[in-house]
Design a protein around this ligand. Structure first.
Ligand code: ADP
Length: 422
């Protein structure tokens, strides 16, 4: 199937977020982990393809090379419109990758101009007069100012972007966006005539994003947070360029297992809630260091898969800090990730077919161990967490990959009750 919109995301959870928002339209969306290899013919592509890269903080040359390889695959699959997705807090440094990747994609596709709009109003990210806000705080006064890898010390997107690109940077502000798609299209054309290739566009509400997507529906390359892409399937469908409905999917049946490797506050509440009703087994990092995950696998083999058993390392800060002090932070994390990944494979071999995984890093470890490089996106269980479908060792599998703080306290039972074939 020809790809209608080819998306490149700079990290995995961002890609899943984007894929979930695109799938809200009902369109078929496929998420690929890394640039597909030569064994993946572009002919197998879905109308909406999202390629998850891990390039947010990679050296610029590596990030550009990977993004161009992803673009090459998407173009071979027929895509003519592209979306470069980065974080809604514009995570980057002066030597960061947002601008260089955008410029490389423009060069490869011949796009004379693109826009930059990280706004995500549903999550409190707004752009006004070129300045990015997180809730009511300017970006540089938000907790992002102290991020360990990409501290954001300026809130002005034009100033952040300018050192990252060789072309000129301009602004289409909220006053223009408020006048509607035609006014914005005229403003972009005028900027283009002035040789301005990179245009930051304000948006403070979903209606603004709709205006922007409408005005830019013919642009070869759009860049932004996931929310800007949300109107695109509907717009492409109304232009006759995209299907309106998802392909029918065979149901995934079989036991369901919860694997929790996140210690964030919401996951702790979810684990506590699920433990009230379902069989559960706690992983102790010190025990794992000494004995590995054998005991957990033996426990799992004794459980009734229909009851949605749960295996978790999730712990309160005091407990995980004590383990980190004994084992080292990295080793403790790696031991748990490896154990949960091993247990996912063991569970699959025991006949489990549905997995709910809590934790971003944990999700990466589990998908890797299950040998998954492509996921089809299904219905959302909670905002940003869709059921996804894939194949592992020839078996159809359903996966819900949840970043630590997503969902509410009942998320695990909600996920198990949701029809995994939705
Ligand atoms: P989140 O999405 O909440 O950030 P991640 O899975 O990305 O969750 O990160 C959680 C990290 O904490 C993982 O590396 C995991 O292995 C580690 N971890 C989980 N439980 C414990 C524990 N009890 N002690 C030490 N580290 C832990």
């Amino acid at each position: 199937m020809t790809v209608r919109l080819g998306c490149i995301a700079d990290d995995f959870t961002g890609a899943a977020d984007l894929a979930g928002l695109l799938a809200r339209s009902g369109a078929a969306v496929s998420l690929r982990i890394g640039v597909p290899g030569t064994d993946t013919p572009p002919a197998q592509a879905a109308p909406f393809e999202v390629i998850a890269l891990k390039i947010r903080t990679a050296p610029v040359a590596d990030a550009v090379a990977e993004a161009r390889a992803a673009l090459g695959w998407l173009r071979a699959a027929g895509a003519q419109r592209f979306f470069w997705k980065y974080c809604s807090t514009f995570d980057s440094t002066a030597r960061g990758n947002i601008g260089p990747v955008a410029e490389a994609l423009m060069a490869d596709t011949g796009a004379p101009q693109t826009i930059y709009c990280p706004a995500f109003p549903e999550n409190g990210r707004a752009v006004f007069m070129g300045n990015l806000f997180v809730g009511q705080q300017p970006l540089a006064e938000s907790p992002m100012k102290d991020h360990p890898l990409t501290p954001m010390r300026d809130s002005n997107l034009m100033r952040l972007l300018a050192p990252q690109v060789s072309g000129k940077v301009g602004l289409a502000d909220r006053l223009c966006v408020a006048r509607g798609p035609d006014a914005l299209a005229r403003r972009l054309a005028a900027l283009r005539e002035d040789g301005i290739a990179h245009v930051v566009v304000d948006a403070v509400a979903d209606a603004d994003l709709h205006t922007i997507a409408t005005a830019c529906r013919d642009m070869t390359l759009l860049t932004g947070g996931s929310a800007l892409a949300m109107p695109l399937p509907g717009l492409l469908a109304s232009d006759g360029l995209g299907p309106r409905t998802a392909i029918a999917r065979a149901p995934v049946t079989g036991g369901a297992l919860i694997l929790a490797g996140s210690c964030s506050a919401m996951t702790r509440a979810q684990v506590a809630r699920h433990a009230e009703a379902a069989p559960h087994h706690r992983l102790d990092p010190l025990d794992l260091a000494a004995n590995g995950p054998k005991a957990a696998l033996a426990w799992l083999a004794r459980q009734d898969p229909a009851r949605g058993p749960m295996i978790y390392a999730t712990a309160a800060p005091d407990a995980f800090r004590a383990a980190q002090a004994r084992l080292g932070t990295e080793r403790a994390g790696a031991l748990i990730e490896a154990a949960l990944a091993h247990l996912a494979v063991g569970a699959r071999d025991l006949g489990y077919r549905r997995f709910v995984v809590a934790g971003g890093e944990t999700s990466g470890a589990v998908t890797q161990a299950l040998g998954i490089d492509r996921l089809d996106i299904g219905a959302e269980i909670a905002p940003g967490v869709p059921w996804t479908y894939c194949t592992s060792a020839g078996q159809p599998i359903a996966l819900a990959l949840k970043s630590g703080n997503f969902g509410d306290a009942d998320f695990f039972s909600a996920a198990l009750m949701a029809d995994a074939a939705a």
